[in-house]
Design a protein. Structure first.
Length: 144
């Protein structure tokens, strides 16, 4: 399965990673496992590293299937989610997932952020609180 996670207790971060050809099924298994983490998740955030993903095979309909898993994390007290996606194609699909989960689930307390640049685990909470910046939208415009 090309998706896994670990909970960084020191930083209150669920550090997930996905690699190779990532499918909806892979992300559902990852989210299901993360939502069953033992202990208190209040104040924790998710950091999903997609830097090793070759493809992210999730449609808009598939993104709808991920929304209940984010809702279960919200119920457990998670504050937000940061997704690191340096590949333009993967970034765009991650944008669709975030938009869909926000619309269906009402969003996370501290929101979602998508970035093409890596964030150190100790800085994930701070990065999330900063909100969207124009730097996050580096793939928004291309000149032919």
């Amino acid at each position: 399965m090309p998706a896994d996670y670990e909970f960084q207790i020191d930083h209150r971060v669920i550090h997930g990673a996905a690699w190779d050809h990532v499918t909806l099924d892979d992300l559902e298994h990852y989210m299901a496992d993360a939502s069953r983490l033992p202990g208190d998740l209040r104040g924790a955030v998710e950091y999903l590293d997609l830097s090793e993903a070759i493809t992210l095979q999730v449609s808009t309909v598939g993104a709808l299937q991920l929304a209940p898993w984010y809702e279960s994390l919200i119920d457990r007290g998670i504050r937000g989610s940061v997704i690191f996606a340096p590949d333009e194609e993967v970034y765009e699909i991650a944008e669709t997932i975030i938009a869909t989960c926000s619309l269906v689930g009402g969003g996370l307390p501290d929101g979602y952020r998508l970035t093409p640049s890596p964030i150190a685990l100790r800085n994930v909470h701070h990065f999330l609180r900063q909100g969207s910046t124009s730097a996050d939208l580096s793939y928004a415009a291309r000149v032919a």
